[in-house]
Design a protein around this ligand. Structure first.
Ligand code: MG
Length: 155
């Protein structure tokens, strides 16, 4: 068994779609990034790569690569899963937390869990997504960005 952790933050800006866990969420701002900037899925990728000792998302999917411009991060996660399974690892479970002052994320939790689980070929009940608001404190509490953290266990 091996454990890995992933952490990511992206800036919230106007004129971008908000995508979290592969779900497009109605909101007046979205996350800025080279891909769709799905901060939750990026944290999941980093947790998996970390557990497998395979570096990080920037190493395998550089934000200078035109192939990943505006791409769904779920595709990056599926490619991450290929790397993990190619090394002979099985994913046991993921636990994650999104840090966002708004919007309310609980209505999208099941869909996020299913999207992530499908990309890495495990049951949705092995993928847990939580959310917290930072209670108005700091850059996340003030809505300047959204962050996510994930822990992954692989065997
Ligand atoms: Mg990122």
């Amino acid at each position: 068994m091996r454990i890995g952790m992933g952490y990511d933050v992206h800036r919230l800006v106007e004129g971008r779609k908000l995508v979290l866990g592969g779900v497009t969420i109605p909101f007046d701002k979205g996350l800025l990034g080279h891909s769709d900037a799905d901060v939750l899925v990026h944290a999941v990728c980093d947790a998996l790569l970390g557990a497998a000792g395979l570096g990080d998302i920037g190493l395998h999917f550089p934000d200078t690569d035109p192939e990943y411009k505006d791409v769904s991060s779920i595709k990056i996660l599926a490619k991450t899963y290929e790397l993990i399974s190619g090394k002979g690892f099985t994913i046991m479970n993921l636990d994650s937390t999104i840090f966002a002052y708004a919007p309310k994320l609980s209505p999208y939790r099941d869909a996020m869990q299913k999207n992530i689980a499908r990309a890495i070929e495990i049951e949705p009940d092995r993928v847990n997504v939580k959310a917290t608001t930072f209670e108005g404190l700091g850059m996340i509490g003030k809505g300047e960005g959204i962050g996510a953290m994930c822990v992954a266990l692989i065997d």
